[in-house]
Design a protein around this ligand. Structure first.
Ligand SMILES: Cc1cc2nc3c(=O)[nH]c(=O)nc-3n(C[C@H](O)[C@H](O)[C@H](O)COP(=O)(O)OP(=O)(O)OC[C@H]3O[C@@H](n4cnc5c(N)ncnc54)[C@H](O)[C@@H]3O)c2cc1C
Length: 394
């Protein structure tokens, strides 16, 4: 298997680097740098979204006919990696990365016409309504109910951990429409307007003091039947299609950036901790290089039309666990400087002088935020179950 870049891929990478150099201004880069959650500052995120839409690069995972870029898997990987390396803001993934490509496959022509153009332009922002207070890993046990009434469903229940619902204009939801058969069989996939009467969004403030997740309540919300994706009671099939778009498999560049910003701090650590910290830093550098090679192997397999098997689960576990190990080392190296609570210093354009080195003010928020990375998008334990089944045959 050849894991090196072809001449064409190298040319593409250079084109991407040139574009990022030209279009990422200081504010956008700062927003990318300061984002400790999945996405950062809302205004800068949407500004970057519009710049990419104008260039025609906002939806690399969509088919070209719907506004995608026509890039190969390797080109998409290069794009994500270069954006991470340049600290570009990350766009909201639920619309462009999940429901958009799903609608290109499972949506009706009317749904595609109604929802895809405003998603590209940034007029619509989507959030994902899957998890419920009693249903996360065991998603099929979900209870939010949709009862048919004429040409509408009436939806009652609640969704939780809904990322960026506070900014969303729409939510895609899994709801229960039948309780009689197996749990997976009575689920329907619904597209819902967040302005509909009966929807309430309650913020959940995380340990890092950030408003990223929410609980969404549905109280007799009427949703037209035309907003079902796929068939009634067949939402599980649509959800499985969406899952194939959910995981990006590009962690190494971002982690490489984190390590680079940590290096100066590790070099400044004095005895008796210095030796142990240098050793752990070197071990993490090797882990990130191994991760990058695994990412290349996955891209090379895709390019050769081979199945990638359990690779996306493997990358999720390796990437998020390496990320947490880097965060832990960073916080230990910071020592007492990890303690000050200074959210003002993290605001774009803030002139608040941070306590400690300016480059390290994100280490503690990162540490706190990234605790969630081994939970969302399928927890590490669940990924290991998948690996055991697919790779080891248990
Ligand atoms: C920051 C953040 C953002 C999120 N954003 C969204 C979002 O936008 N939309 C959305 O729908 N959801 C979102 N989620 C929810 C996320 O998908 C769930 O938290 C996740 O699926 C785990 O479910 P749970 O929290 O109910 O934990 P549980 O499923 O109750 O798991 C509890 C523990 O048990 C372990 N466990 C569970 N089942 C097994 C098993 N079979 N074998 C071994 N161990 C197991 C888990 O690994 C975990 O350690 C988000 C979560 C977080 C933390």
């Amino acid at each position: 298997m050849d894991v090196s870049l072809t001449k064409q891929d190298e040319q593409f990478r250079d084109e991407v680097r040139g574009f990022l150099e030209e279009n990422l201004d200081a504010e956008l880069r700062r927003a990318g740098e300061l984002a400790s959650g999945i996405c950062g500052d809302h205004t800068q995120t949407m500004r970057w979204h519009k710049i990419l839409n104008d260039k025609g690069w906002v939806a690399p995972s969509w088919p070209e006919a719907f506004g995608g870029t026509g890039w190969s898997d390797m080109q998409r990987y290069i794009w994500v990696s270069e954006c991470a390396r340049a600290n570009a803001p990350r766009l909201y993934p639920m619309g462009l990365g999940m429901i958009g490509p799903t609608l290109t496959v499972c949506g009706t022509p009317e749904q595609q016409q109604r929802y895809l153009p405003p998603l590209l332009s940034g007029e619509h922002i989507w959030c994902q309504g899957y998890s419920e207070p009693g249903s996360g890993s065991d998603l099929a046990s979900l209870q939010t109910q949709a009862v048919r009434d004429g040409d509408d469903y009436v939806v009652n229940g609640t969704k939780i951990w809904t990322s960026y619902a506070q900014h969303a204009t729409h939510i895609f939801c899994l709801v229960r429409t039948d309780k009689s058969g197996k749990p997976q069989q009575g689920i329907t996939f619904l597209l819902i307007d967040m302005d509909d009467p009966g929807i309430t969004v309650a913020p959940i403030i995380t340990l890092a003091g950030e408003h990223e997740v929410n609980q969404v309540f549905f109280d007799n919300v009427r949703v037209p039947v035309s907003q079902v994706v796929g068939k009634e009671n067949d939402g599980w099939t649509v959800a499985k299609t969406l899952l194939t778009f959910e995981r990006s498999g590009a962690y190494a560049s971002r982690l490489g950036n984190r390590l680079a910003s940590l290096k100066q701090l590790i070099d400044a650590v004095e005895a008796p901790q210095a030796e142990d910290m240098h050793y752990r830093f070197a071990e993490l550098s090797v882990r990130v290089q191994a991760l990058e090679m695994t990412e290349f192997r996955m891209q090379a397999a895709l390019a050769e039309g081979q199945p990638t098997g359990a690779a996306s689960s493997q990358l999720k576990v390796m990437g998020t666990e390496a990320q947490q190990a880097i965060d832990t080392l960073a916080v230990e190296a910071l020592g007492l400087y990890a303690a000050p609570w200074q959210p003002e210093a993290l605001e774009i354009g803030s002139n608040e002088k941070p306590i400690g080195l300016p480059e390290t003010i994100l280490f503690m928020p990162d540490y706190l935020n990234n605790r969630a990375a081994t939970i969302y998008g399928g927890s590490s334990e669940v990924q290991r179950n998948i690996l055991a089944k697919l790779a080891l045959g248990f």
